[in-house]
Design a protein around this ligand. Structure first.
Ligand code: GRG
Length: 314
């Protein structure tokens, strides 16, 4: 069958949407206003801001990758759900903080006012902090075996922090020339951009597949292959974002576009030009698929995810 309703990429989109619905429901339950036994209170304004940052949109690609990787090893979606929620909570926190006036100063995210616009800046900072810490609470409180939980916490913490996403964000600000005393030379080379993007965006996407591999008890070799897949997919996803900033409309993206050049952002489009950035995006998607060669058809959804990272429109 070759009609569009049954093509691998159409069934990928349906599967991604289905998992997104499942994640939305699970996060909504986690962030409901019912005070838990161990809690003194759930401050209403903070909870509302956390819900605004975490619910009502987003592709939920990181939890999807985690769940699909765990599925390779026979792990049921239900068992992967706490880790999937945890990685999405980290991602949502990073978006809330990334949008702040002192960072990217964005008014629109996922087609809605950003958290500091809907609430205020201090509340948005606290909402990000709340989502970040809740991620680790969810992981630590899950029913996975203790050594698996510890591995998951380690993997997520490393990917999110100093030498991962937060570090990459720092290098990004540095490359924009924000700090007079910044150590970055200008303009950043393509290598500089690739490194900061591997940290800012790639580390968390790689952690998604690594956490799925941890849950599944993958062998060292399997985990290495999946990690290589995640790194290529993460880089592909970010170059695609750089290209979309030039090519896509704000309506489709649900956020402002055409901002990178004005903001002096370190992107591969700036470092290499649009054509070469597109070529790198497509090559990275092929590299990601190539990294899965040891797996059979059970990894076809991950292969489709790599193609999605390159061809996505938002
Ligand atoms: C502020 C600590 C801190 C980190 C910020 C994630 C991040 C680091 C910055 C975001 C900048 C950005 C727009 C990068 C492009 C890649 C990216 C992460 C896009 C947003 O992720 P999607 O497309 O978003 O998965 P949805 O809304 O679908 O969840």
């Amino acid at each position: 069958m070759s009609d569009s309703t049954t093509s691998p990429d159409a069934s990928f989109a349906a599967r991604l949407a289905e998992t997104a619905g499942r994640i939305e429901t699970a996060l909504a339950a986690l962030l409901d206003d019912r005070q838990r036994d161990h809690e003194i209170a759930r401050p209403g304004r903070l909870l509302a801001a956390m819900r605004h940052g975490a619910l009502g949109g987003g592709k939920r690609l990181r939890p999807f990758l985690l769940i699909e990787t765990a599925r390779l090893f026979g792990v049921a979606q239900e068992a992967a759900l706490p880790a999937a929620m945890a990685i999405e909570l980290i991602h949502c926190y990073s978006l809330v903080h990334d949008d702040l006036p002192s960072m990217d100063n964005d008014d629109l995210r996922r087609g809605q006012p950003t958290v500091h616009k809907a609430f205020d800046e201090a509340t948005a900072i606290l909402a990000g902090d709340g989502l970040l810490t809740l991620a680790f609470e969810v992981l630590a409180d899950s029913e996975a075996e203790a050594s698996i939980r510890a591995d998951l916490v380690l993997c997520l913490a490393r990917a999110s922090g100093l030498a991962g996403m937060v570090g990459g964000q720092m290098l990004d600000l540095d490359a924009e020339g924000r700090h007079a005393a910044g150590t970055h030379r200008h303009p950043p080379s393509a290598g500089d951009v690739r490194r900061l993007q591997a940290m800012k965006t790639g580390a968390l996407l790689t952690a998604a597949v690594e956490m799925g591999a941890i849950l599944g008890g993958a062998s060292f070799g399997q985990r290495m292959s999946l990690s290589t897949f995640g790194q290529a997919l993460g880089a592909c996803f970010q170059v695609a974002d750089d290209v979309l900033d030039v090519e896509a409309s704000p309506d489709v993206m649900g956020k402002a576009t055409a901002k990178d050049a004005d903001a002096n952002k370190a992107t591969l489009v700036a470092a290499l030009g649009l054509e070469a950035a597109r070529a790198e995006r497509d090559r990275l998607a092929m590299d990601a698929v190539g990294a899965l060669r040891r797996f059979g058809p059970e990894a076809d959804t991950l292969r489709a995810a790599a193609r999605f990272a390159a061809t996505r429109t938002n």
